[in-house]
Design a protein. Sequence first.
Length: 249
Amino acid sequence: MIIIKSPREIELMREAGRVTALALEEAEALVKPGVSTKFLNDEIDRIIREQGGRPAELGYYGYPASVCISVNEVILHGIPSAKKILRDGDIVSLDLVVEKNGYMGDACRTYPVGICGERSLRMISIAKEAFEHAVSFVKPGAHVGDISHAIEEVAKKYGCSVPRDYTGHGIGSSMHEDPYIPCYGTPGTGPILREGMTIAVEPMILEHRNAVRVLGDGWTVVAKDGGLTSHYENTLVVTKDGYDILTRR
C-alpha cells in the first residue's frame, strides 16, 4: 500500500533528511587515503546522534553497522571494518538512513578517495546524472516505470548496467515502503505518482555487466566481474508540480 504523507509528516521527514544531508556533508571531508571504513561509520554515527537522530540501518534485519560503506566493486551493503583502509584512487559509497521523530531520511553518495583517475570519476558522474535524469520525470500522474527507465537509459548511454534485484523504494515512518522503484523499467507502467508520496530514488551503476553476488557475510553485494560501481540517492516528496528533495541542505 502506498502511503500519502500529510504536510506534518513531510516536515518531519524534511528534518530527518536535513540530518542525513548534514552527516554526508561532514563525512565527505573525512574521506581520504589511510582512513578505515569503521572510522567513517563511527563518525557518521556520532554526527547523527548529536543531531537527535538514530542511524536506522544499525540492527535492521541484523545489519551490524550504522552506515553501508561500499568500496570500488562493492555496489551496496558493504560492512564497515577497521581492516578496510581507503587507498588513493578508490571510490567509496556512503549509504545511510536517519530516523528522527519517527520518520526517515535516506541518501547515498559516491566519493573519490584522494586522486582518482578519469575512469573512477566517470562512474561517480554517471550515477549522479542518472539520478538527475530520473527525477526530471517525477510529478503527479507520472509512472514509476518512467523513473526506472530513465535510470537505465543513462547507464546504457555509457555502456554500463544496473542491478536487477536491488531497487529504490517508498519511505516514511518505515525505511522501505511501497512503491519499489527498480533501476530499469518501461515508461508508462507501474504505480502512478501522486502528490504527497515520498520516495527514495537511487541509481546503482555497474561499470560492465549487471551480474552481482553476495559475499559470505550475507550482506556485501559485489560486481561479479570486479568492475567499478557507483550509487547516488535522495529522498524526495512528490509535489503538485514536481518534486522536492528532502535530503539536500
